[in-house]
Design a protein around this ligand. Structure first.
Ligand code: GLN
Length: 242
């Protein structure tokens, strides 16, 4: 970590916060504070520069037009790429995930370049939109329990050689490629289709980001009663026959 406070950057709450994504910021912030960390939260609107000195960057989901606007602005701003070069952690959901890749389809049906921070690219699914509860088993290297989330996307994301799937779905569409993969990650950059918000349903993901930022293997335990109740409810819902 660059200085004493954990610098938590939320990119574009004005464009990419359609699906309760603020919850992810709140959960990461709270769980860091519960471990006695000072947290400096920096909300970056789309007319502001992305700081390069953050520790953790969160990017949320959005509808197709705000996604295009966010992609255009982030492409003109070197801040996030510089932060990644410096080893910052990035966690992006859905539209944010697509923007991190090489390209996505925008609201006008055009192929639009992304940031190329993850070796993935997104196309537009021809079939039904992927909507609903999702259950996925994470890459064992991440040390996470089963992931629960809610997906809502038309885009399909294809993974290149430079990334690993974040998880394999047992329920839901995930990347939508039909191979059961969900999300992608490399080093400290993560993308997922899981809303929820994902941190509220999977506090271990928030803890993973904090551990990466602190460069530690474990954190003091905190009370997970509320999270566990939500997890149990949503996992049961996902397992209901459609
Ligand atoms: N607009 C994108 C899609 O439909 C992302 C949607 C989202 O962020 N939930 O694929």
């Amino acid at each position: 970590m660059s200085d004493s406070a954990l610098r938590l950057v939320w990119i574009y709450p004005d464009l990419l916060s359609t699906y309760g994504d603020r919850g992810n910021v709140l959960v990461v912030e709270r769980r860091a504070r519960q471990r006695g960390l000072d947290v400096q939260r920096i909300d970056v609107r789309s007319d502001q520069p992305v700081p390069t000195s953050g520790d953790i960057y969160l990017i949320g989901g959005g509808e197709d037009r705000p996604q295009r606007l966010a992609g255009e602005r982030l492409r003109q701003d070197p801040g996030l790429a510089r932060a990644v070069d410096n080893g910052a952690i990035v966690f992006a959901v859905c539209a944010g995930y697509q923007i991190l890749g090489h390209e996505f389809i925008d609201d006008r049906g055009q192929r639009t370049p992304g940031l190329g921070l993850l070796d993935v690219w997104s196309t537009r699914g021809e079939g039904a939109r992927n909507v609903g509860d999702i259950l996925a088993e994470p890459d064992p290297r991440l040390g996470l329990p089963s992931l629960t989330g809610f997906e809502n996307h038309q885009g399909i994301t294809h993974l290149g050689q430079g990334v690993s799937p974040l998880a394999q779905v047992s329920v839901g569409g995930g990347n939508g490629t039909g191979d059961g993969t969900e999300g992608a990650w490399r080093d400290t950059v993560f993308g997922t289709y899981l809303h929820g918000p994902i941190m509220a349903r999977n506090p271990a993901v928030a803890d993973l980001l904090i551990k990466l930022a602190l460069d530690v293997n474990a954190l003091p335990p905190v009370d997970n009663t509320w999270y566990d109740a939500l997890r149990a409810e949503r996992i049961a819902a996902a397992q209901q026959p459609a």
